[in-house]
Design a binder for this molecule. Structure first.
Ligand code: ASP
Length: 584
């Protein structure tokens, strides 16, 4: 047997037994005539002791071990005189009597410990070493556990996991495709799935009834902390269901994960909020509800007093930061600068402080009497010690989004976004369409297979922008973890939707003909959703970026710096594919 125990399992009760361990040398310490080695594997760290007085040659050999050498040892488990309560094996050590150096190692480019000296780039280049660090490995362990729980949960409910192909053609999730040239079909390309959307709908037409897949998806978008060009979805679809059935099942799945993984019992039903309300009160379709600080519209309160910025505004909204009247002028200026950054784009910010005596002092005292400022205080439900922050603009939606950024920023500063607290929410009743300035047409807000609310169908031709969809998102702590919809299962309605989206019947037929044809052969009513597994895990692991729960992630330019991908093709490969590269 190569090893009899792992480096994480020996306890005081094992004292006296002889064991064989194998692993990596984390650290070597020499003290007097002794050499101490921390031996590490996936399961933990065990202290090895080499004693000069017992075996001088062996001790000398141990003193020459370097970091990350792979070794195998045999020795006796014994109680430590000075115990280490920080690690589970901290009560024991191994008095080694044989040492087998299996593989020497070069000095690693950074220390392989939780507290490492390696920067991000270096760690990504040597990701296989980074993954040896316990703090990184535990995120992947958590991911594995979550996937196992999800599979168990869905299997128990009769969901069947079906794999769908990766080499397909474009799927309409609104991002750019990654494409793969086809050697056997020169000049033609596959697209990698942005999601298995169409395939899972076809599986419903096939009668699979309850499908899921832990599916790789690919979207060529600009990257952010919560986006990777390839990511994993828990993709689900069901037949003969209504929206309520789906919300119930997947709320139960989320609760099951909270319970089984984090030991958190979520008794109350998840809050539900319409998209309209989410935008009105929080300026976001994924509001973070760990704290309130909702928007109050102030048009009636602040318009008409000669302050040009407000008088000309289409929207004036405020938030009340509880207890933040202590903000210094410098802090407030920093907030103003924050909202004025081009990414946010506000023109300026007005503030009002509620003093200890209840009076209000604002940055626009010139225009507003104390009486009006008291009305402001009342409208904001503000008390002594609070800080009111106000944004205005000529586009209500844009201003709300700016105010949303401000709300999150202030909450961060006030420590209201505690990663140990979880607030789950369903956002429902999304609009079917949103206007795209870029494309100069209506676009599907979710995707073109989403069904309209039956009561809104008559509006499709007269006022499409006001049509609501049977679409929903699950939001946890301000992060969209999942979303889906009840689909259209009627080829005529589907054709109408394509028309409103600006497809001619020929274009719709060319792009989605197979789906509309499939619907002619008996399509059941169906719907589903997909969760972003990486996001879900990173919330549970309390990470700032999804990269930390992905074994081999890409960097912000979409590169895998370890594999050095993407890279050029050999001329022979290009020739075989009949491709010519013409970089401008
Ligand atoms: N395919 C959708 C997405 O990737 C999810 C769904 O509608 O089931 O967002």
């Amino acid at each position: 047997m190569f090893r009899s125990k792992t480096c994480g399992e020996l306890r005081l009760t094992d004292a006296g037994t002889v064991v064989t361990l194998a692993g990596w040398v984390q650290r070597v310490r020499k003290m007097g005539g002794m050499v101490f080695v921390d031996l590490r594997d996936r399961y933990g760290i065990t202290q090895l002791v080499f004693d000069d007085a017992t075996d001088a040659a062996l001790c000398e050999q141990a003193s020459r071990l370097g970091r990350e050498f792979v070794i195998q040892i045999t020795g006796k488990v014994s109680e430590r005189s000075s115990k280490n309560s920080k690690i589970p094996t901290g009560d024991i050590e191994i008095l080694v009597n044989t040492l087998n150096v299996i593989n020497a190692a070069d000095t690693p480019p950074f220390t392989i410990e939780d507290d490492t000296d390696g920067g991000d780039d270096l760690r990504m280049k040597y990701r296989y070493l980074d993954l040896r660090r316990q703090c990184v490995r535990k995120n992947l362990e958590l991911r594995h556990k979550m996937v196992m729980e999800i599979r168990k949960f869905l299997d128990d409910l009769g969901f069947m996991e079906v794999e769908t192909p990766i080499l397909i053609n474009s799927t309409p999730e609104g991002a750019r495709d990654f494409v793969v040239p086809s050697r056997m079909n020169p000049g033609q390309f596959y697209a990698l799935p942005q999601s298995p959307q169409i395939l899972k709908q076809l599986l419903m037409v096939s009668g699979f009834d309850r499908y899921f897949q832990i599916a790789k998806c690919f979207r060529d978008e600009d990257l952010r902390a919560d986006r990777q060009p390839e990511f994993t979805q828990i993709d689900c679809e069901m037949s003969f269901v209504e929206q309520e059935d789906i919300l119930q099942i997947f709320e139960a799945m989320a609760k099951h994960l909270f319970k089984s993984i984090l030991g958190i019992e979520m008794k109350d039903p998840f809050q539900r909020m319409t998209w309209q309300d989410a935008m009105k009160y929080y300026g976001s379709d994924k509001p973070d509800l760990r704290f309130d600080m909702h928007f109050v519209e102030l048009m009636d309160v602040l318009k008409g007093y000669g302050f040009g910025v407000f008088d000309g505004a289409a929207y004036i909204g405020g938030i009340c930061a509880k207890g933040a009247a202590t903000y210094t002028r410098k802090q407030i200026d920093a907030l103003t600068e924050y909202v004025k950054r081009p990414q946010i784009g506000a023109k300026g910010m007005v503030y009002a402080r509620v003093e200890e005596d209840g009076s209000v002092k604002s940055s626009v005292d010139k225009f507003y009497s104390q009486e009006v400022l008291q009305q402001l205080k009342a409208a904001m439900n503000a008390e002594a010690g609070d800080l009111i922050l106000i944004l205005s603009g000529d586009d209500a939606m844009k201003t709300r989004k700016q105010l949303s950024e401000l709300r999150l920023k202030v909450a961060d500063e006030l420590g209201l976004r505690d990663k140990n607290q979880f607030k789950c929410l369903w956002v429902i009743d999304f609009p079917m369409y949103e206007w795209s300035d870029e494309e100069n047409r209506l676009m599907a807000m979710h995707h073109p297979f989403t069904s309209p609310k039956p009561e809104d169908v008559p509006l499709l031709d007269t006022d499409p922008a006001s049509v609501r969809a049977n679409a929903y998102d699950m939001v946890i702590n301000g992060i969209e973890v999942g979303g889906g919809s009840i689909r259209i299962h009627d080829s005529k309605l589907q054709a109408t939707i394509f028309r409103i989206l600006g497809f001619t019947p020929e274009q719709a037929q060319a792009k989605f003909g197979f789906l509309m044809n499939a619907f002619k052969f008996g399509a059941p009513p169906h719907g589903g959703l997909a969760f972003g597994l990486d996001r879900f895990v990173s919330i549970f692991a309390k990470l700032d970026s999804i990269r930390d729960c992905i074994a081999f992630p890409k960097n912000n330019s979409g590169r895998d710096v370890m594999l050095d991908a993407p890279g050029p093709l050999d001329q022979s490969q290009l020739d075989e594919l009949q491709l010519k590269v013409d970089i401008k």
